[in-house]
Design a protein around this ligand. Structure first.
Ligand code: AMP
Length: 621
């Protein structure tokens, strides 16, 4: 990547700017590049030290910041000033995480609103974006130190389940750290790139179906990818943002605490003890990946754990990941036997029980040769190389986790880009006004699978104003949705007759957790029948209201042309329709619409004929 080129204009040597790949992890982060000589993806490390930088930040009393291994030491000494797992808070509101704060040793602020969470350290407050930027800054300066060159450009990876808000937060963190984030890519895509899967564009090749099982410190993702002719496509994703190696540690802590007669309440008060036990638990877990018995002490507490006990403790958690695998396969419309390769990612896949369970489920030997801690960063470096123009054979496609659309009459959700659509993606549709002379149109953007927008999640709202006065139904407003390669949505509205235009980049206030995405999908399935009924009723009501309005307008203009009888009958049919609209019966509304139409059709035609005859009068053909 660090190519030397000659500037033809000046004849001088110029070095291409380096683009690094960054895995910004929940527990650990690291930077990788394509080695300029070996052309192999390589994790950056100083001599005699690890490439891994723990995603831990310590603030001293003077608010000086320490990041990485050095900061990790303070987890025990100064837990309230040491931040870990900040990635879990990215793009989240307090409401999203309030029930998960008990095991965090630092303070998370609830300002009672839906705004993004903040972490409190003494009298200072930090957003997760700032916290992540401290980690990225550290990674940037380490890379610069190792490479002896400025590093300003990066590809950063995110879990496949990250939504727009979380991707945007990651991008903002990069910017804050002084990095130009050229691309945000999904971790599973990066991991398969690191295994060389799909790297070569083979014409007419049969698609390769791959499962990427990623169990890190704090998150679990399973992604089903299809790679064909160098094109990567995420067929489905599933997972849990609150399941990972940290939870293995947690169950060990609970096991030891209950054995020693320490209650969870005691632990939530005695943060120092909780943190101490957590670190011992992690050490035990790692030790048991290669041994059968762990024995240690914490003050006067004797800490013992056998491999069998450990496996019993984590069994429900591992089973949960397998349920996610089943769901991901179902979503992709595939059988276990369709999967050709399984890629293991994340430090927790070193646990033998995890490896065995996944291997048994997919009935395959899993790919675990590449260091599971480095595999994502290595893939990000390969993607960086593609962006640097060094590998033109790869194209990356991802998918949207939830449908995107706008609110239409009666609070209905009109989907423009449906769930699991490929990214980048573009869609547009034409709408019109409901009222004569309507000068502005409110465009509300929603995400979700339900038929009524009130059951979905509002992402943004804006006004298209200065629409020239026209009768209802005449303006043509084209709404376009564009999701770029990073998964960021831009919505634009344009009135085609006048050319007035307005657009908005959707940066939602706060994100959704996996659980919420899942819950939204479940809701939409559970309520599908009811939703269809509500939609039909709403559509009938809107149609009825529009007919009442247009009949009203017609009557105002043409009262003189109607007989008294026609006027009375119309008034009563309108009243009947008005009444039907207030009731929950779509068939009744349709019946009354039909009745009013039946009644008005003869005189409407008559008046139209008269008008034409009048217009033609005196004109010679
Ligand atoms: P990641 O988020 O991918 O960096 O994964 C880090 C997680 O992997 C942490 O929960 C670590 O405790 C866990 N981990 C690292 N090494 C091992 C090991 N040898 N055995 C079990 N878990 C490990």
């Amino acid at each position: 990547m660090a190519k030397i080129a000659i500037n033809i204009a000046t004849g001088s040597l110029q070095q291409d700017e380096i683009i690094v790949g960054i895995d910004l992890g929940t527990t650990n982060s690291l930077v990788a590049i394509i080695h300029p000589e070996t052309k192999q993806p390589t994790a950056l490390k100083e001599h005699n030290s690890s490439a891994i930088v723990p995603s831990v930040i310590y603030f001293d009393e003077a608010n000086n910041i320490v990041v990485g291994e050095e900061a990790k030491k303070y987890l025990e000494i100064s837990p309230e000033r040491t931040i870990y797992s900040a990635k879990r808070l990215m793009g989240k509101s307090y409401g999203d995480v309030h029930d998960k704060t008990s095991l965090l040793s630092y303070k998370i602020i609830d300002d009672g609103s839906e705004s993004l969470v903040k972490v409190q350290l003494g009298d200072r407050f930090y957003s997760p974006i700032e916290l992540s930027s401290f980690i990225l800054k550290e990674l940037k300066s380490r890379a610069e130190h190792i490479l002896k060159t400025p590093v300003n450009k990066a590809v950063i990876t995110v879990p496949a389940y990250f939504n727009d808000a979380q991707r945007q937060a990651t991008r903002d963190a990069g910017k804050l750290a002084g990095l130009d984030v050229l691309r945000i890519i999904n971790e599973p895509t990066a991991a398969s790139l690191a295994y060389g899967l799909g790297l070569k564009k083979i014409a007419n090749a049969t698609p390769q179906l791959i499962a990427v099982y990623d169990l890190g410190g704090g998150t679990f993702d399973i992604s089903i990818l299809r790679i064909v002719e160098g094109i990567f496509e995420v067929l489905s994703t599933n997972g849990d943002t609150f399941l990972g190696g940290d939870d293995f540690d947690k169950v060990i802590v609970q096991h030891w605490a209950s054995r020693a007669g320490i209650s969870m309440e005691d632990l939530s008060v005695n943060k120092l003890l909780a943190q101490g036990l957590r670190l011992k638990a992690e050490a035990a877990k790692k030790y048991l990946s290669t041994s059968d018995l762990f024995e240690d002490k914490l003050e006067d507490l004797s800490l013992i754990l056998t491999k069998t006990e450990f496996e019993e403790l984590i069994f429900p958690l591992v089973s949960k990941t397998i349920d996610c695998c089943t769901n991901a396969l179902k979503d992709a419309g595939l059988k276990i036997s369709d999967i050709e390769s399984v890629v293991m990612v994340g430090g927790s896949t070193r646990v033998p029980l995890v490896k065995k369970t996944v291997s048994d489920f997919f009935d395959k030997i899993v790919n675990d040769q590449v260091n599971p801690d480095e595999v994502v960063a290595l893939g990000a470096a390969i993607q960086a190389d593609v962006l640097a123009g060094n590998n033109k054979d790869i194209l990356l496609l991802d998918i949207t986790p939830l449908s995107l659309g706008i609110e239409t009459a009666g609070g209905l959700m009109d989907v423009l880009i449906s769930r699991n659509a490929k990214i980048p993606s573009r869609a547009s549709r034409q709408y019109t006004t409901q009222v004569d002379g309507q000068a502005s149109m409110r465009i509300s953007v929603y995400q979700g699978e339900r038929d009524m927008v009130k059951d979905n999640r509002k992402l943004a709202e804006f006004n298209l104003s200065n629409i020239p006065g026209m009768p209802a139904g005449l303006p043509k407003v084209e709404i376009s949705f564009l999701i770029n390669a990073d998964g960021i949505l831009t919505v634009s509205a344009r009135e085609l007759r006048s050319g007035v235009e307005q657009s908005i980049e959707v940066k939602p206030q706060y994100g959704l957790s996996d659980e919420q995405v899942e819950a939204m999908l479940h809701d939409s399935i559970a309520n599908a029948k009811e939703d269809i009924a509500v939609r039909a009723l709403t559509e009938a009501r809107t149609e009825g209201e529009q007919l009442l309005k247009s009949t009203e307008r017609f009557l105002q203009k043409n009262t003189a042309e109607l007989t008294k009888e026609e006027l009375i009958h119309t008034a009563s049919a309108m009243q009947a329709l008005q009444l039907a609209i207030t009731m929950d019966n779509k068939d009744l509304i349709h019946q009354k619409i039909e009745a009013l139409n039946e009644l008005s059709r003869p005189y409407a035609e008559r008046i139209m004929d008269e008008a034409i005859a009048k217009a033609m009068k005196g004109k010679h053909v």
